[in-house]
Design a protein around this ligand. Sequence first.
Ligand SMILES: [Zn+2]
Length: 200
Amino acid sequence: MSDTGDGDGTGHEAFPTDRPAVVTCGLPYANGDLHIGHLRTYVGGDTYARALETLGQETAFVCGSDMHGTPVAVNAEKEGVTPEEFALDWHEQYAETFPQFGVEFDNYGHTHDETNTELTRSIVRALDDAGLVYEKSIMVAYDPTGDQYLPDRYVEGTCPYCGEPARGDECDEGCGRHLEPGEVDSPTSTLTGNPAEYRE
Ligand SMILES: [Zn+2]
């Protein structure tokens, strides 16, 4: 909701507004059991959506499972199934679980459904058509003992800026900087504890 100068000091239009409200929450990764901490997010969203509806606001409460990402790929490989099968199993479990806690989405989808796939492709096509997509070689951590490349969240080491322990993509305990692949010093694999090296 934007501040339209409503004058009552609340910083938003009075509900109900003419435009529908969309309420959503961060997507859960479809890579394992939900835990009690998830409810903190989704019960809050559900409560807010219900409050808006009580005020007569047209409201869509939407969310879905994130079917993509390294944890899904890695865990699927461990179980010997495709990432799609693996994530879909968890997605179906989430879709059944949320209503049991009173969290009632108007739509609970997932990132691999047709609508999202087509929308994502159209964005990439538009970027590509505008000449904004290009090839570039980067340094990626590699575990020579385990013979595997390590995506950012499977690497930890030391922040090159502040010297605190850091993850491959973020100095979350020190200066808080976002880190590019290849930046973290003394990289080790979080999967095996092996020292890693950078390869192009
Ligand atoms: Zn740092």
